[in-house]
Design a protein around this ligand. Structure first.
Ligand SMILES: C[S@@+](CC[C@H](N)C(=O)[O-])C[C@H]1O[C@@H](n2cnc3c(N)ncnc32)[C@H](O)[C@@H]1O
Length: 306
């Protein structure tokens, strides 16, 4: 249809994720962040000896999952679940588990869900609309401490103090109700940052999204459950886009590999039940970074269970 906007999510580091998952060996694998199914499709198309299970907490991705189901039949199974609940799925032992954190372009570019400050949409931002409160309700009710956690800690916004004060002063106003008006309000009230390429509200939006979806807690809860589901020799591959996500993954991997996680801890107090295959995180090749802006902050880490 003329004028219809078609959004696609470009999957990141396809080749690298498949290699690190060691899909070549065949077996049962789990994609914990199905999204538009870009990774899942690539895995199923290129590795005929795998069976793939997939989850996503967003019910809107089901149509993409149904397409894969129609194409790959018994080799593919999808569940609408948060990845913190993968232990409730009665899965077989798995040869590899994959995480691609955050949200997809399908969600970001949706004109009604409030993830993007480009649209006049209710500031909702829930990945799974059955749980938690909307970002607008959060802005209207959160106390100062919760707002600081969202904007300073999760958003890593330099002007957090100013933004928190602005929000507290505008509680009753319609301005904080819609994505575009809230973003404009922030932009108008912050010092101009000519050197910055991102919109002044970018970090605030990111922090709010992380807060209301409890994204970091989801990761903290899911990683040990994923590790339990891995077979011996199985691999956990995680793609992070935010330093806080990456820190949780790095710490968890270090713990399992028996590395001291703080300088106060003695090496010999820990035992190693896995090994880290990516001493330093793997980042996308230059061509991928040039062609897909979102890939620029990607970091891939891999752990192999003994
Ligand atoms: C970056 S996208 C994944 C894109 C996907 N790899 C692809 O190629 O299309 C992240 C996906 O994870 C989902 N997600 C985020 N947090 C989740 C959670 N706690 N549990 C399950 N899915 C989650 C989001 O709904 C989103 O669809």
């Amino acid at each position: 249809m003329i004028g219809e906007k078609i959004t696609v999510h470009i999957p990141i580091m396809l080749h690298e994720t498949a290699q690190f998952l060691n899909l070549q060996r065949g077996g049962n694998f789990l994609d914990c962040t199905f999204g538009g199914g870009g990774h899942s499709r690539y895995f199923l198309e290129n590795y005929p000896n795998i069976t793939l299970f997939a989850v996503d907490r967003d019910p809107e991705v089901v149509t993409h999952a149904e397409n894969l189901k129609a194409e790959f039949g018994n080799r593919f199974q999808f569940f609408t679940r948060p990845f913190s609940a993968i232990d409730q799925l009665s899965l077989p032992f798995l040869q590899g588990i994959f995480f691609d954190f955050g949200i997809s372009s399908l969600q970001l570019d949706n004109e009604t869900r409030g993830f993007s400050f480009r649209y006049h949409a209710l500031l909702d931002m829930r990945i799974d609309s059955q749980s938690s409160i909307t970002a607008h309700e959060f802005l209207a009710t959160a106390d100062r401490k919760q707002l600081i956690e969202a904007i300073r800690d999760f958003g890593e916004e330099r002007y957090w103090r100013k933004i928190v004060d602005l929000i507290l002063a505008q509680r009753e106003s319609e301005v904080i109700k819609y994505a575009d008006t809230f973003a404009k309000f922030i932009a108008e009230n912050l010092p101009q940052r000519f050197h910055e390429k991102i919109h002044p509200a970018t970090r605030t939006f990111q922090g709010l999204r992380i807060a209301i979806n409890e994204e970091l807690n989801e990761i903290r809860t899911a990683l040990p459950k994923a590790f339990e589901l891995l077979d011996h020799g199985g691999r956990l591959v995680a793609l992070s886009f935010h330093s806080l996500e990456d820190r949780i993954v790095k710490q968890f991997f270090n713990e399992k590999a028996g590395n001291a996680i703080s300088c106060h801890e003695k090496w010999n107090n820990r035992c190693s039940i896995a090994r880290i295959l990516t001493k330093k995180p793997i980042i996308p090749m230059d061509e991928e970074m040039a062609s897909n802006h979102r890939s620029r902050s990607a970091k891939l880490r891999t752990l192999e269970k003994f």
